[in-house]
Design a protein. Structure first.
Length: 640
């Protein structure tokens, strides 16, 4: 698609300091939480007390998300974002200093208070973390940037858990000192790096803060539901947290009971899932062609279920061996299949969640984005708690309530994985049925990426990031609209001949994409007038509209004269016009080359090279059909 890729962002000041700060934060949080568990073993507390603390700690960490996310969203909206990041990392230094006192005095209540404060600091940082990306990245960089952030978060969580778990194992009696020094040093480093982040303006500096957490939580949840695609993307992200929590919380027991492993095998299983998630997150930019490609979401959802189904069948019961290390496990029958399944689940999880984050960012107004992500955090925390509760209940065989014994499923962990795979498929089907745009984009993504290798020039630079614009392009094949939608980073309303619009299967895709059918005045004058009215309404709403001014597919590969319809559109609403040209589609089976009676040919080869070029926008007030035709002809050159 382009000579640029997401890794180039890691060399740029607008992104690198932010990336380091968020990765250090996740790394430090997990070192701290695992070091608390290490301290419990070091102190030799009873198993009952250890169970109490290990269950209390996650609850204390997640509680601030319920209580303070709405307030955090408002603060992130009102303040300049770089300043707020510095404030939150300064808070981290203070909190980790308190935690260091807890380690040095071996005082669990102090450590738990600090853990609650760490949850509060994470709550304040959350809305900034994702709302800052659309301000520092271009639309075509959102998927790649989110992929890097998700990869960094996954790897930081994993390495933080490993490092935190090793502190007391390696340092012995010096463990409390090492833990105290490590968490303070990382907090200070994060604060230093945060000061290198460039200024990012506030989304709504005039916002009046509502200090009532209940009413404001309800307000931000309503705000996040304004757009159907955003609302269901938030639902999808929350389901990702439910799925991930349900899966990873079972891995410690699964590694011992079902894989026959010792302590290190759990970390190995978690590492496979985390590395898969990081890899999937990074691959999203390549697969999406640097656009916000929500077509990857169905692919990710069904891939997650497929590998989780296979994980169930790979090991349905317990094993006779115990205490296996990683090398010993990998020598057991079926071990490679389990390892590939864990990697595959993580890989498709990355495909699932990264486009959802990018869609929320691209479709939410900047003045509301922090509050939308605050709503996301509230909902996420609820789904995380729900996953923990459901996981426990499904594995219980009975429950006594008021003297009555209630039978419960009593599922084994492999059976729980099977239930989760089925639930994931059902949830995916539900989301895609109420928002057909996800499935529509998936089908168009499969068709375009399967048939063509796309080369794009000028689209990123010349299509406006926001606001209305009219795109004009030559019309070569029945696939033109799908190809253009695959390379333009914003949603586009296509005006197309009604007979193309009505092609079976394609009609559903075009209808879901809100394409606008049009006819000639001789065929259907009323339909033509409705089309012009819809185009004007779409431009008035700040959308992109694409028309093919030739009015029909080319019959000889050459560009036909542009008709006056484009002038009528601009006379009503003189928006910027972006000329585009398609090259390489004349040889396609979808064109009219060498056809008789409109029948299509069998293609000579798949994955054909197709090029899309865009020129700088021209002012809609002082242009006409002839000038636009000349620009498109020049852009296309001699290559049909």
């Amino acid at each position: 698609m382009s000579g640029h890729n997401q890794f180039a962002l890691l060399r740029q000041r607008r992104f690198l300091p932010f990336f380091i700060v968020q990765a250090l934060g996740a790394f430090n949080d997990n070192i701290y939480r695992q070091a608390i568990i290490g301290l419990l073993f070091y102190l030799g507390v009873s198993s009952q007390e250890r169970t109490l603390y290990t269950n209390l700690a996650p609850a204390l960490f997640i509680l601030p998300y319920f209580l303070f996310s709405a307030l955090a969203g408002q603060i992130a909206e009102k303040l300049e974002k770089q300043k707020l990041i510095v404030i939150t990392t300064t808070m981290e230094i203070v909190i980790m200093t308190l935690a260091a006192v807890g380690f040095l005095t071996q005082n669990m209540p102090v450590l738990l208070v600090a853990l609650f404060c760490t949850g509060l600091q994470s709550t304040l940082f959350g809305p900034v973390k994702y709302s800052v990306l659309p301000s520092i990245l271009k639309p075509e960089e959102l998927t790649g940037g989110n992929g890097l952030v998700e990869m960094g978060t996954s790897i930081s969580i994993l390495t933080g858990m490993i490092a935190g778990g090793l502190i007391f194992a390696l340092a012995g009696s010096q463990g409390p000192i090492v833990a105290a020094v490590a968490i303070i040093a990382l907090a200070v480093l994060g604060n230093v790096v945060s000061r290198m982040i460039p200024r990012v303006d506030a989304g709504a500096p005039e916002l009046k803060i509502n200090w009532n957490p209940i009413t404001e939580s309800l307000a931000v949840l309503r705000l996040a539901k304004k757009q159907v695609a955003v609302r269901n993307s938030i639902l999808g992200v929350s389901w990702f947290w439910f799925f991930g929590t349900m899966l990873t919380s079972q891995l410690p027991t699964y590694a011992v009971v079902n894989l026959g492993g010792g302590p290190t095998l759990y970390i190995f299983a978690l590492a496979l899932f985390s590395l898969g998630t990081g890899t999937g997150s990074l691959l999203c930019e390549k697969l999406s062609g640097r656009t916000v490609e929500i077509g990857l979401v169905p692919l990710g959802a069904f891939g997650m279920s497929a590998f989780l189904f296979d994980l169930y069948f790979a090991r349905t019961g317990t094993v006779p061996v115990t205490g296996l290390d990683v090398a010993g496990f990998m020598q057991q029958p079926g071990s490679w299949r389990i390892a590939i399944d864990l990697l595959g689940i993580g890989l498709f999880t990355g495909f699932f969640v990264v486009p959802l984050f990018a869609l929320i960012q691209s479709r939410s107004p900047k003045s509301e984005m922090s509050r939308v992500f605050a709503a996301l955090n509230i909902q996420n925390s609820g789904f995380i708690v729900l996953a923990a509760v459901v996981g426990i209940v499904l594995q219980m065989k009975s429950l006594s309530v008021a003297g009555h014994t209630l039978p419960l499923p009593g599922l084994s962990i492999p059976q729980l994985f099977l239930a989760l795979a089925i639930a994931n498929a059902v949830v995916a089907i539900y989301i895609f049925s109420i928002v057909p745009e996800f499935l529509m984009r998936f089908l168009s993504w499969l068709m375009v990426r399967g048939l063509y290798r796309l080369k794009v020039r000028g689209v990123e630079a010349n299509v406006p990031d926001e606001g209305p614009a009219l795109i004009v392009c030559n019309h070569v094949s029945y696939m033109d609209a799908l190809i253009l939608s695959a390379v333009i980073p914003r949603p586009v309303r296509f005006v197309m001949y009604y007979r193309i619009f009505n092609i079976p299967v394609m009609r559903w895709i075009f209808t879901t994409a809100k394409a606008i059918p049009i006819a000639s005045p001789k065929e259907d004058a009323a339909l033509m007038q409705r089309a012009f009215d819809e185009v004007d309404a779409a431009l008035a709403a700040g959308e992109l509209v694409c028309i093919f001014p030739e009015g029909a597919l080319t019959r000889d590969g050459e560009i036909a004269p542009f008709k006056s319809g484009v002038e009528k559109i601009l006379a009503r609403r003189p928006v910027p016009v972006v000329p585009m040209a398609l090259k390489g589609m004349w040889a396609s089976m979808w064109s009219r080359r060498d056809t008789r009676l409109g029948r299509m040919r069998v293609p000579r080869r798949f994955r054909a090279h197709v090029e899309v070029d865009a020129a700088p926008p021209v002012n809609g007030r002082d242009t006409d059909a002839q000038r636009l035709e000349t620009l498109v002809r020049t852009l296309r050159g001699s290559e049909a």
